[in-house]
Design a protein around this ligand. Sequence first.
Ligand SMILES: [Zn+2]
Length: 337
Amino acid sequence: MKNRYLSQIVFPEIGKKGQEKIKNAKVIVIGCGALGCAIANNLVRAGIGKIKIVDRDLVEISNLQRQILYDEEDVRERIPKSIAAKRKLEKINSEVKIEAIVSDVNFRNIEDLIKDCDIVLDGTDNFETRFLINEACVKHKIPWIYGAVIGGAGSTATIIPEKTPCLRCIIEEIPSPGNLPTCDTLGVLNTIPAVIASIQTTEALKIIVEDKNLNNDLILIDLWSTSREKIKIERKRNCPVCVKKKYIFLEGEEISHATSLCGRNAVQIVPQKRSQISFKKLEEKLKHLGKVKYNEFVLSFKTGDYELIVFPDARVIVKGTTDISIVKTLYAKYLGI
Ligand SMILES: [Zn+2]
């Protein structure tokens, strides 16, 4: 395994010293879809010391078009994405410490998740979580790298608290539903995530080796039209986050507990109170009402047109609808909360 990182060591901007810094670095990838898979793949092959991968979802057949760490067996076995990613990545590089976390990232857990990390990499698919990441990273002074893809296009920016403007300086409010194209309406090609994730990973490596030439702009790339744009970003004088240090997303005021999942015809419910669910007991309760199956990570319950995916912490993803009121009714009915 002596020459595993030779190509990076001979690259002058990294060198032996830089490779050592990469080995000592700890990062977190939030969301392990198309972007998260490509970022984690790059960083693990590059020899990152420790990586945490957080994702709330299971691998599905429609993910395989672009989420490069998963295969058909993961779909059949109903494996959570972060677990499937860890299993694959460990085969690629056993020197890296990989922590897989099956969880929703929200105002309750984000600070604990990020505070021992050097960099936060955005692999999410929604602005609610990105605004939360932005506040947590500004508060804890942790660099984070924003990335987003849709259709054949994507964008990225590198945010260094106290040095650069933050995400709220670029985007003032969460775009309201209906005003923004989503993966439901525009789809996503499998080429653009690789490009945006490569920029995100390269920025992470530059931060780790303390290279000064970080990206200072909002980069927009459209692969279909092969166009690229760099937009200068400036600090907003009254930015609620990086100027006024008001963290309303972190306080939980702006976070909804039921969220429609992008491109999925599914809704996620995160219960107010955390509790531990026994799949065995729940199976007993539900088996007369529909089809129940479970493994060590999730329990699936099919009834009529809906499927409820239950996680041990009482979080549920309901498939077959985007109607939040239906989902709340199903949750109350079957989980009794
Ligand atoms: Zn700001």
